[in-house]
Design a protein around this ligand. Structure first.
Ligand code: GDP
Length: 393
């Protein structure tokens, strides 16, 4: 008798939506520099004035994700068309204290946050008497607390509503599913009531994660903390609030990245032609933080890139970490997923090291991978598929 096939352990799903087009929303109190950041990131001109509610509707922009590997592939293949990966960034406008109870434009903003997959949380660490602070003082740590609290309150409200809804179901269509949902909801409610964020628990079970991913709590979303400081502070890498913000993150959001930037500098650079930007950066010994912000936002929502490369086109495709080869093929076209035969894969690092596709092949490092292959960040892939395959019913 052949040996029994070992069952593969089931991989735990990750929190969040499993799709390749994910959005990161810019969140923070009014007048901390969100619109300035969004405008400079997207290069699109929405108003950024000294007025707390100038961005009422969320504004979205798709921004290119800077990547040296993409640049290298373009140099080598000299393709007719070149397309980098993108990240969708949304400007969500000012939350204020009491937003969870509908203060300001609170509830609308909170629902916009619900719709994104990750958060750029901007705090203000710059003094400027000309820019009103909504709480009449500059204190980014307290600002962090305010926003954090509003978001958690919203989740609590949501979780209680879910519990209420589940308790009213008299005859569930599927009893096991209903029982799992009730158990998950109770566990999450207990967690939130203890003042903790959903994302700060590595022990959620598969069933709990499945339930969480159906509901999409705000505190489950990854956060990148962006500290907006004066150009001078940014240049000298010193600001009195920075250590305090860092300590707060260590305590309440361990593992979340913190990136200092200067809205004023980004605005100055955005207003200059590229050659002047270079001169300015060199003279003042500064560099823009935008590339780092975009890249960090991209990886924080668990997106990775794979590439397709040839003389016609070099393209980076974004997919969720953990995607299998057919799902990655599906990012290109649904037919590719449906008619998936195999993926011919080389890793970018090997391609760069060996210099060409033929050298990778000669070194025996060009692989054929099947349906079960988990695509890695930096894989360069050629998919084989059969488009005539009929859709499975
Ligand atoms: P939002 O309400 O958070 O979207 O804030 P805005 O981006 O509209 O910025 C509010 C005001 O602060 C605007 O007048 C900006 O020009 C100004 N601002 C943004 N970043 C900085 C900065 O780093 N330093 C200074 N001094 N002003 C800034």
């Amino acid at each position: 008798m052949p040996p029994k096939k070992k069952e593969e352990p089931v991989a735990k799903p990750i929190l969040g939506r499993f799709k390749s087009n994910l959005k990161v929303g810019v969140v923070g109190l009014p007048n901390v520099g969100k619109s300035t950041l969004f405008n400079t990131i997207s290069g699109c001109a929405i108003p950024a004035e000294n007025f707390p509610f100038c961005t009422i509707d969320p504004n979205s922009a798709r921004v290119n994700v800077p990547d040296d590997r993409f640049n290298w592939l373009c140099e080598v293949y000299k393709p007719k068309s070149a397309v980098p990966a993108f990240l969708e960034v949304t400007d969500i406008a000012g939350l204020i204290k009491g937003a969870a109870d509908g203060e300001g434009l609170g509830n609308a903003f909170l629902s916009h946050i619900q719709a994104v997959d990750g958060i750029f949380h901007v705090v203000r660490a710059f003094d400027d008497p000309n820019v009103v602070h909504v709480e009449d003082r500059v204190d980014p740590v307290e600002d962090l607390e305010i926003i954090h609290n509003e978001l958690r309150l919203k989740d609590l409200e949501r979780c209680r509503a879910e519990k209420d809804r589940l308790s009213k179901v008299r005859q569930p269509g599927n009893k096991t599913e209903h029982k799992d949902a009730v158990e998950a909801c109770d566990a999450v409610l207990e967690w939130l009531e203890a003042g903790k964020d959903v994302r700060h628990n590595d022990d959620w079970t598969i069933k709990q994660i499945e339930w969480l991913n159906g509901v999409q709590f705000i505190s489950a979303k990854p956060v990148v903390y962006l500290v907006n400081m004066s150009e001078r502070d940014y240049q000298r890498k010193k600001n009195k609030w920075l250590p305090k913000v860092h300590a707060w993150i260590q305590e309440y959001a361990p593992g979340s990245p913190m990136i200092p930037f200067s809205g004023a500098l980004e605005q100055t650079l955005a207003d200059m032609p590229e050659d002047e930007q270079k001169v300015y950066c060199k003279e003042n010994e500064v560099s823009s933080a935008l590339d780092k912000i975009i890249k960090t936002g991209f990886s924080s929502v668990k997106l990775i890139q794979f590439m397709t490369a040839g003389p016609d086109e070099v393209k980076c495709w974004q997919i969720r970490e953990g995607s299998k080869a057919p799902q990655a093929a599906g990012a290109i076209h649904t037919d590719f997923e449906r008619g998936f035969i195999c993926a011919e894969v080389m890793h970018f690092d090997e391609l760069k090291e060996l210099g060409s596709e033929s050298a990778v092949k000669a070194a025996g490092k060009y692989r054929q991978e099947g349906k079960g292959y988990t695509v890695l960040d930096g894989d360069v892939i050629f998919f084989k598929f059969n488009v005539t395959a009929a859709k499975k019913k």
